[in-house]
Design a protein around this ligand. Structure first.
Ligand code: ADP
Ligand code: GLC
Length: 489
């Protein structure tokens, strides 16, 4: 395979910007592709916070769009890597405080359709080498709805690059009132139910799902699930129609960031061969959270967005039973305001059993991974999930529901001591969750059996190199799919 030029398009990339797993993926996969000798450029919006975190920014191109706002492309390097990043700089759209998608009030920015149309237009110019950067990609790899319009805008253009669209979460679709389609002056031929129209609205994700040469999602199980009405979010029909173009590629873990052997956020490092450091991290976590320091008491960790997807309602229903047992729970998350409040109130009632931090803290997430004994992820659906993969490497046995990427990465204890890496339950009910936790807590009382599972878990290898090789194959398939450019006359 000859090296390819790949334009990787994402709305967040760690460490410049991260709100969830997409940030982790976009912060790691481009470098993994580069390690396989590909020529990769990453493009994302020039958010104010990202600009602050980036070193050494230079102007790469001027005024891509004349009116009403000039859009520039800035160039920097993704910190901690050698990946070139292009930042789409449009001050009215991206130079503001707060989250990439929501304002300080927690609601979506009202101008999101405009912001991500401007982004898609700039990416399209880059993809066609019309930004004066003398670089023309073979493949444009788009991710989630924020870059969904790119394959649509490129579709049908002579000499266009091949397009790949990755679904990280089908539930987030970028749906807006039809007027935005016209206000953003999108090409009229895209407006139909076979295009980006979705029951009378504009759907950004359909731009990717309908027009990309190849589609994938982030685990084989979720790739099958989304073709069913239960998980298809009203797009299962379209996905079934394109099933021959759809596959699942499991996310990887960036072990240069997530490994207890060298994790800079930990007070003590450890490995499968020497787990003493894990006990020290547990004591440190108990101290940090004000929980009684006790080596014997199992600690359950949970880090994630407080959203229905993550099964937080199951956790809440199971908590009364859990709080009556000799276990400690440490939770870090943010999201739904009502869930946040309920959790905070419970934590005040049970200060010796439950610690809740509402907010986003990369450091604390690492310390929970290292200090907890068990990691809870009872998601109702989970395209891939990264925290359970990190937990495996930290010897923090995951308790997960059998869905999406969780089903593909965790092997239940009942599979025997050779293969087992955690605890898996099927039914989305608090009873099933408690049953899995009871099995986990019973095993915790058998230190030799527990160590065995920890060793299995820590030996799992979900490095990005494997996933990156699968993406390369997908790129090749997208290139063979693309209609040949017209012959010059
Ligand atoms: P999702 O992308 O659906 O949120 P993933 O498991 O794929 O779920 O990835 C979530 C990523 O975001 C992980 O790296 C996780 O540690 C991080 N994360 C989620 N919530 C928080 C938080 N409140 N503080 C710090 N990190 C968080
Ligand atoms: C999404 C999914 C999560 C996945 C992440 C990265 O946010 O919810 O399961 O791991 O994207 O692909």
């Amino acid at each position: 395979m000859r090296p390819r030029k790949i334009l990787f398009v994402a709305s967040e990339a760690h460490p410049l910007m991260k709100t969830g797993g997409l940030g982790d993926v976009a912060g790691a996969l481009p470098a993994a592709l580069q390690a396989l000798h590909q020529d990769v450029r990453l493009v994302m919006p020039a958010y104010r916070a990202a600009m602050r975190r980036a070193g050494n920014i230079r102007i790469a191109s001027l005024a891509l769009e004349e009116d009403p706002h000039p859009v520039r492309i800035l160039e920097t390097t993704l910190p901690g890597s050698e990946v070139t990043v292009w930042l789409v700089d449009s001050a009215p759209h991206f130079d503001r405080n707060g989250n990439p998608y929501t304002g300080p009030d927690g609601h979506d920015w009202p101008d999101n359709p405009e912001r991500f149309s401007v982004f898609a237009r700039a990416v399209t110019a880059l993809a066609l080498d019309q930004a004066g950067l003398a670089w023309r990609p073979d493949v444009v790899h788009c991710n989630d709805w924020q870059s969904g319009l790119v394959p649509a805008l490129l579709h049908g253009l002579p000499g266009r690059p091949a397009t790949v669209f990755t679904i990280h979460n089908l539930a987030y679709q970028g749906i807006f009132a039809a007027e935005h389609f016209w206000r953003q002056k999108l090409p009229g031929h895209l407006w139909s139910p076979e295009g980006v129209e979705f029951y009378g609205n504009l759907s950004f994700i359909k731009g990717g799902l309908v027009y990309a040469d190849r589609l994938n999602t982030v685990s084989p199980t979720y790739a099958r699930e989304i073709t069913t009405p239960e998980f298809g979010c009203n797009l299962d029909g379209l996905l079934r129609a394109r099933a021959d173009r759809l596959c699942g590629i499991l996310n990887g873990a960036d072990y240069s960031v997530w490994d207890p052997v060298h994790d800079p956020y930990l007070s003590h490092h450890y490995s499968a061969g020497n787990l003493d450091g894990k006990a020290a991290n547990k004591a440190a976590l108990q101290r940090e959270t004000g929980l009684p320091v006790s080596a014997e008491t199992p600690v359950i960790g949970l880090v994630g967005r407080l959203a229905a997807q993550k099964g937080v309602d199951l956790v809440l229903s199971a908590l009364p039973a859990l709080l009556s047992r000799p276990v400690q729970t440490v939770l870090l998350g943010s999201g739904d305001a009502q869930l946040e409040q309920t959790l905070k109130t419970l934590a005040e009632q049970y200060p010796d059993r439950l610690h809740v931090t509402i907010g986003f803290s990369e450091e604390f997430a690492h310390r929970i991974e290292a200090g907890a004994d068990l990691f809870l992820m009872p998601s109702r659906y989970e395209p891939c999930g990264l925290n359970q993969i990190y937990s495996l490497r930290y010897g923090t046995l995951p308790v997960v529901r059998r869905t999406g990427g969780l089903a593909d990465t965790v092997v239940d204890a009942s599979d025997g001591p050779r293969r087992a890496t955690g605890f898996v339950f099927s039914d989305p009910s608090p009873e099933a969750l408690l049953e899995a936790l009871s099995r986990a807590l019973a095993l915790y009382r058998r230190p030799r059996a527990w160590r065995r599972l920890q060793r299995n878990a820590m030996a799992q290898d979900f490095s990005w190199a494997n996933s990156a090789r699968n993406y390369l194959k997908l790129y090749e398939r997208s290139l063979s799919q693309k209609p040949a450019p017209p012959e010059p006359v």
